[in-house]
Write a protein that binds this ligand. Sequence first.
Ligand code: F6R
Length: 321
Amino acid sequence: MRGRLIQGGSCKAKSVLLDGLKDHLRTIKRSGRIVFIGRGTSYNAALATRPILVELSGIPITMEVASDLLDRQGPIYREDTTVFVSQSGETADTLHALECALENGALCVGITNTVGSAIARNTHCGVHINAGAEIGVASTKAYTSQIVVMAMLALAIGGDAISNQARREAIIDGLFELPNIKVKEVLKLDQEIKDLPKLLIAEQSLLVFGRGYNYATALERALKVKEVALMHSEGILAGEMKHGPLALVDENLPIVVIATRDACFSKQQSVIQQLHACNGRLVVMCSKGDAASVSVCGSCRVIEVPQVEDYLQPVINVVPL
Ligand code: F6R
């Protein structure tokens, strides 16, 4: 964020400066649609920022898994802005989708972590996430940095409309607070979180329920449990609980429910009650101070995390998960 987020002052408004996009921002703002394209974690990061992008840009936003877009030969139009999200900047399907977008005349934006990568070189403009080299598979820093960059992109596209100025300023303040205050605070859960896998190590499967701002968090955590713990795990859209997943619930299957404070909180409270009624073995993630409101069962394990602006909560929640 350094050098990109402007704190503002007595005569200067809080704002965002993304140098790599400044010559193309007008075109992006005028595009008929913005299509985000990525795979795996990068796709999940884009999905996590869909709510803020939809609200601030005022432009139709679609999300595409690169391989699926290619399989379907999904249409990309000249009036589209396509945004290619990739940590490495070299993922084959994302690159093929970029070739299609270039052929169809769309504006192509790259969001990568790798300077000089194929996506960085072949897109018209873009933003580097500057997360440092990816060393381990559980690339939480790439995921969280991608979300932060796409939140800044939403702010840049949203421009300086008076109507959303208060909202924009709250998000900018929230971004400033993330690294040194809120993430530092959530890292203090270290020991508590280290104890949790001891309860899960012998299990075959782990479900993660999320919705709204944190559906992507559920998908991303399940992805990492598969890749790092080599254990079956699924991210479940909590609103779809009754349409399949509920049939799996019993006293043995561990389930993580993300129920931090946002517009979906009361719906998640009701999901927790229904899972409890089916004897679900629950670990609930909630905002600090909400333990009593979510632990209907008394027996369920609760992880309390610091609360931040709803759009930025996925950055906090993904760290202990
Ligand atoms: C997850 C993971 C993969 C990548 C995906 C996209 O840990 O490593 O799911 O996220 O292959 O890779 P990039 O972001 O390099 O395009």
